[in-house]
Design a protein around this ligand. Sequence first.
Ligand code: SAM
Length: 256
Amino acid sequence: MTTKSRAEINETEREIWDGNTLERSKIKRLRRHAFYYSYKREDTILNKILDDTFKGKNVLELGSYQWINWIKDRVVPKKVTCINISQSELEKGIKVAKDLPFEIDFQIMDANELEFPDETFDVVYGGAILHHLDIEQTLSHVHRVLKPNGSILFLEPLNMNPLYKIYRKCNPRERTPDEHALVQSDFKIIKKRFTFEHHFFDFFSVIFGYLSLKLYGDKKHDNILNKIGHGIDVFVSKIPFLHVLFARVILYGRKK
Ligand SMILES: C[S@@+](CC[C@H](N)C(=O)[O-])C[C@H]1O[C@@H](n2cnc3c(N)ncnc32)[C@H](O)[C@@H]1O
């Protein structure tokens, strides 16, 4: 359990992201290979949610950068506001924000302490961000800045499977020291303020993908091993008590 204050955690986060000091090449390689089919599934699910909830809306992205992948060439909101605690992370998004058919605004801001007035946004979303924050505090702000019946959408890593816990312990340099991939108690916090829908991803696809990477190298991602791993994941993700196995979740819902 960390004894750091939120200000100290924010400072560490800012330094790491501004300095780009995480070592993620090994995990990126495995992800690129093993998640070939789950990225396609993720795309299909996101397309549907984005189409239903983002079109013509006033949208806030926390821990900005994913707006490029999630929004650009996919859906036209009314306006997107992107916040991040790190200037260089924000810059990545600014660089590609040209000639857009919607208004976009970038601001340095702590997502734990949103500075926007009440009921400003129709949607608040983010990719791999809640687990860098004080979830309870952030979600109370998210709830406050959302209009009535506003939507949330997050894609987050999970830390419920003992194998992933061991992997994380053995590879601390892949992530910031205070981050905490989501566990069941975080779901309870979300459910207090929002309706809660979800899609779980990636357990068997990691095992089969690891074998496939050894066998084929970092190419031929659309192979039978990856396909089998993904197929089992899709089946198992429909069984609630097996959700603890998975590595990632898309979660979405509406303000209660
Ligand atoms: C794992 S990265 C995800 C980046 C991006 N959303 C994506 O999916 O590629 C986590 C991001 O959270 C940002 N971050 C960490 N603490 C934050 C805070 N308190 N407020 C806003 N952003 C924060 C980091 O700077 C970093 O950009």
